[in-house]
Design a binder for this molecule. Sequence first.
Ligand code: ASP
Length: 339
Amino acid sequence: MAKPKVVIFATGGTIVSSGASATQMTGYSIQGLKVEDLLGAVPMLSDVADVEVHQVANIDSSSMTSAVWLTLARAIEEAAARHDVTGIVVTHGTDTMEETAYFLTLVLKTHKPVVLTGAMRPATALSADGPLNLLNAVRVAVDPDAVGRGVLIALNDTIGTARDTTKMHPTNVATFRGPDFGMVGMIAGSRIEWLAKSDKSHTLDTPWHLETLERYAKEHGALPRVDILYSHVDDDGVFVNASVAAGAKAIVHAGTGNGSIHEATVMHLYEAAKAGVMVIRASRTPSGMTVEGLDEWQAAGFVPAGSLNPAKARVLAQVVLASVDTTTVDAVLDAFHRF
Ligand code: ASP
């Protein structure tokens, strides 16, 4: 019987990294290993699907760029439009996997499963986690119940949504979790159990289109600059001013508590907002929602990031600012409520 076809787009990351020995778990690098080489470590993949591999990039995801996102998203859209393709897997470094996944779930126009996976241990390590993660991601990509769930992250026997999954540990294989929403599925052997569905709109139900973002990037050289500023004791306005001077279209202020702002910083953010820079109030706290705060903040047009963490608030801001002609505070507020 013909097996389902899965297209794997490789972008690099630890899953294709090598260390000097089997015990080297940090400080390794990408040294020419390709995802095709990993397939050899997972011969049983061919029992699950026919796979086709394309290399989109070969970078550590700490150096991910939105230019790579646009290339990757275009390649996925083309693959998803093919009748012979059941699902798509993206291999990616875990550092920024959640940002890439969220970008894709905002812009891709497909119901087909798109599953990101990677590894916490290099391919050369004792108990490398990449091969099983890859096999599981392909299993998820061909699971009919994965259809219409938006972009997913599958690692270490768990499945999470692009929006609500975040990297929680720098080295442990059990790094991805959803601090509030939790994971939507579990994997044990060949069995996949789905547990929940997100209420947030994604893929076909968002108003954002790849073509618009490509056009923006072509006209402006890149997607809009959005900086994240992390608040702290002794914070001041130096980075706000630097960000405005660098041409930021938005600033995500990762504030303390409910997106609170240091009194030495807030005037600078007011000035930035007056100058047309969108100010988004997110939180340093790793869970929960950032909601409306002082009346002055709302009066200045600051937008609370809701349940998005600062990195994801930044992605949504980039997508909105590149897509909406006249970006009003209301348009951005609406986006932060719905996506
Ligand atoms: N540094 C790696 C990356 O994000 C970490 C990983 O893949 O786990 O590319």
